[in-house]
Ligand binder design. Sequence first.
Ligand code: HDE
Length: 703
Amino acid sequence: MTFGQRQHRSPLKKIDKASKDARSPDRIERPNEPLTTNQGLPIADNQNSLKAGTRGPTLLEDFILREKITSFDHERIPERIVHARGSGAHGHFRVYTSQREITSAKFLQDPKASTPVFVRFSTVVGGAGSADTVRDLRGFAVKFYTEEGNYDLVGNNVPVFFIQDAMKFPDFVHAAKPEPDRAIPQASSAHDTFWDFVSLNPETIHAVTWAMSDRGIPRSYRMMQGFGVHTFRFVNEAGVVHRVKLHWKPLLGTHSLAWEEAQLLAGQDADFHRRDLWEAIASGAFPEYELGVQLIREEDADAFPIDLLDPTKLVPEELVPVIPIGRMVLDRNPENYFAETEQVAFHPAHIVPGIDFSEDPLLQGRLFSYTDTQLIRLGGPNFHELPINRAHSPVNNLQRDGFMRQTIHKGRIAYEPSGIDGGSPRQLPRAEGGFESYAAPLGEAKIRDRNDSFFDHFSQARLFWRSQTPVEQDNIVGACLFELGKLASPIVRQRVADMLQNIDADLAERVVTALGVPLGKLPATEHFPLPIASSPALSMHNRQECGIATRKIAVLLADGFEAADLHALQKVLEAAGASVVLIAPHLGTVRPREGDEIAAHHGVATVSSVLFDAVAIPGGTASRTTLASMPLFVRFVQEAHRHGKALVSGLEGTSLLRAAGIDAADPSQKEGVVEGSRIGFAKPELSAFVAAVAAHRHWGRGS
Ligand code: HDE
């Protein structure tokens, strides 16, 4: 349309009929057919509101405008009070062998049967629009659409929680959320109210230590563990009961970001984790996780040295091994974020026969909370009828009506039992597959109190700290210094510092010294014995060796680069499943010293090293001179080196390293830095680089 022309029709003249979206068979709206109102009325003008003349006011009569704007005004629903920011994926789960011995759950019986799943990963504290890479725990919620109804495993990426009793949850969340008068800080625990709550509630300290560890800044949703946290029960057909802890293990290994990297990423790409998950699935690199169980016989549960009802305690794998029982593959991205990832409603009470709860007081509170929150968030009791929440097995009951009821129930029987008109749905005895709660023997006095074992707040925080490698311990100290250093209240800082002494004197001293607060008197806390001296399984560094599949390698090049270097790198890296991303001084093409020019994926101004796992610099005199003269490339390499990433540089490609202040001959800087000795690299050099990428981070550089 040219300026001054009247517009009554859509400005689009040509439609790209070949575009993927237009061809999608699943699109609800039919492209190129008449646009209608919600009542099906064809619309003649979707550009102009109905006015009293071209210069007059808009008329109230304009029902088309009002319908459109009203729908728009109501597009948003309340975000989740916690776990507001999430990313979803579809997939399926398959058990390795029948678990008949421990549970009657049908989806855990047949290794040939595949159960569809929907997974939602999330941060906990931040709002829906906050950054992905903040320091926080991550939600790991899985909905299994089984033939016996939906089973939800609503877990986190660490095995313990901050509080022991549901009574404290609103206080804990209020303390962690932005302070209510100023609404600051967003998606961060580094503020007074959070640490005030922590310092006055020692039960929080174990989970806080996990949050301060590198688990709080995962590299990817595809590379983090998941945990059911609470103890559940598995019941087999004969009624034999086991207490069970549930674990997800990512097949890509468990990896984290560096703290500075996480902070830079929040600016560079606030959607880093969401994009990473989406792109991996879209490219066919499907994330996989193994489900594992720790089992304790019901009759041994009370005498077990760790209180299985306390969600601030884990069961070390060295005491009770994790038995892998099945595998989940995430192979399909959602098609509509709102309809699927936003409207999905998880609930720990969505269980199937063969699985049951324990009396963990935190879990018991959750059993109330999740339905309650969906009532307000999704607008009424019929959220189970939304497509993403619908069970794949028949739903057959006499519940009726309510806001947004989709099903049109017919007939006059809405009660049970009924003996007319063919009767009503009937109860199914347990022996035939009906769900029956495990008859846990109770019979104690009604009381507001806790078991004595719940007052052991520090032994497992100590176990966790002592099971970390020195680098992981350094990172915990660094995180504590960052968080506590941000506190405006010296009293809170002091209280936390005092509390850390109950975990470990060395940890407390390192934090206290750097914060400049005096080490207070050790509060009189009863010391419970450690269940085990150290648990190597708790160190992420023991869970990393999983190759380099799906790692993103940045290749920095300019005109004059050695094509043989690039080809050699591409061949080896892509064969190992990594992706190679070419970054040049600007978007467009780059020309090698010899051969045809190639297209760059990015110009250096729009990316930075934090978006990649490792850096490769092909040789070539002209290329290296250009790169070394550009501050953006110099910073790229400096940051990658500081964040412990693997670097490889071709023959004569070292000047960029030098410009970045990296001396590959210096033992304190060379870990994970590989230099080529000939054009096209020697085989051992390429293997050394692949091994360096697989090691994920090279903390030995002292960066
Ligand atoms: Fe949640 N939690 N939670 N939580 N939680 C919610 O439910 C709650 C707890 C977890 O991706 C809410 O639908 C209480 C532990 C995940 O949709 C809410 C207590 C664990 C998700 C709620 C806990 C979790 C939630 C907010 C203490 C790890 C995101 C919106 C008694 C085992 C699920 C919603 C998704 C979400 C309540 C503690 C995991 C308000 C009262 C422990 C992964 O119902």
